[in-house]
Design a protein around this ligand. Structure first.
Ligand code: ZN
Length: 134
């Protein structure tokens, strides 16, 4: 198991070099904190609970995902975090896309008045100058 010092050093590296992944890691960690705060598993301070996953082949070409309770909670928490993040960010993503699309279309600058015009505009929306001559 990592020491507190090696954990901190890893977290700093993670944050610096992979900020998006670190963000998701901390979101997952925060949701794990919520689910474990019920103290159902009775973990003591400093105690580790290993996450163990196995796949068992059953009769008739069927498979069974054998997860210990901590692993099952971990998998559920990852999925919940992804869904939460997705719904929390949907509005921001949509408005960013609209903004970007708008900026992409407003890409012709009038040489006379500096107004931004739609990409395919023939005349400046501000001063009426013929943009095709510019
Ligand atoms: Zn103009």
């Amino acid at each position: 198991m990592p020491t507190e010092e090696s954990r901190k050093s890893f977290i700093n590296w993670f944050k610096k070099h992979h900020p998006r992944e670190y963000y998701f890691f901390s979101a997952i960690e925060s949701n794990i904190k919520k689910i474990h705060s019920s103290n159902h598993f009775g973990l003591h301070e400093g105690e580790y609970a290993p996450i163990s996953l196995n796949i068992k082949k059953l009769e008739g070409n069927k498979y069974h995902l054998a997860a210990d309770p901590v692993a099952a909670l971990f998998l559920g928490t990852i999925c919940k975090t992804i869904i939460d993040e997705n719904s929390n960010n949907t509005e921001a993503i949509i408005s960013d896309r609209i903004q970007q699309e708008f900026e992409n279309r407003l890409s012709m600058k009038c040489n006379d008045c500096d107004a931004m015009n739609m990409t395919n505009a023939k005349y400046c929306n501000q001063c009426g100058k013929n943009l095709e001559i510019n």
